[in-house]
Design a protein around this ligand. Structure first.
Ligand SMILES: [Zn+2]
Length: 212
């Protein structure tokens, strides 16, 4: 029996990306069956829900619900409100025999490709000063990747696994005295200290490397 609930760590991130993705998609309405009336971008740059907050609680879900045989059947109260806002539904060229099409706004031709899409939705943080030490030197990608994950506390150490809800006993394999955390294994363990001192002597790193 499940006795506790642990908040998923991935889903909030997926939801954020989905929202960002949605903001970059523009729909060309044809039969209106796939397009959400209030929450998709289809008649103007922003969604209708963003333009008239609080009105999306009525029964209209998809565009085809207010489109019959090519004629718009917007309820009168909404029609007047949209007219006053300058939103003209008759300018949307519909076609009940065709499927709605969506376009990726950042691309001039509306084509969706994963690389620019990823760059569009990812949240860039300022570059850290040690960026070039990890990525700009002739190093095998797997070592650059390891260094990057190390500096971001993203290695699957016991403590990280415990933090993510996986039960495990944590003990440093080298000294058997401390926990298997990144700070212990790479900085505070006597083995790490010995290897680091040896490396500093070997490569004559005068400033040391403890100020990371
Ligand atoms: Zn240790």
């Amino acid at each position: 029996m499940i006795e506790y609930y642990k908040k998923p760590s991935i889903w909030p991130g997926v939801k954020r990306v989905l929202l960002d993705m949605k903001d970059n998609i523009f729909w060309m309405v044809r039969n209106g069956k796939k397009v959400f009336f209030w929450h998709d971008h289809w008649i103007s740059e922003s969604t209708l829900a963003d333009q008239v907050p609080g009105n999306d609680t009525n029964n209209i879900v998809t565009v085809d619900q207010v489109l019959h045989d090519g004629e718009w059947t917007i309820p009168d109260n909404l029609k007047i409100m949209f007219q006053n806002m300058g939103i003209v539904f008759d300018l949307v060229l519909t076609d009940t025999t065709a499927e709605d099409e969506c376009f990726w706004k950042p691309d001039s031709r509306g084509r969706f490709t994963t690389k620019p899409a990823f760059n569009e939705v990812r949240h860039k943080l300022p570059k850290v000063w040690w960026y070039s030490l990890v990525w700009k030197i002739p190093l095998m990608p797997k070592y650059s990747n390891f260094g990057w994950r190390l500096m971001h506390n993203a290695l699957p150490t016991d403590s990280e696994l415990q933090y993510r809800g996986i039960t495990t006993v944590t003990c440093c394999h080298f000294c058997k005295k401390g926990p298997k955390t990144i700070s212990h294994v790479f900085w505070h363990c006597e083995w790490a200290t010995a290897i680091r001192d040896w490396g500093i002597q070997l490569f004559t790193l005068n400033g040391g490397i403890t100020n990371f």
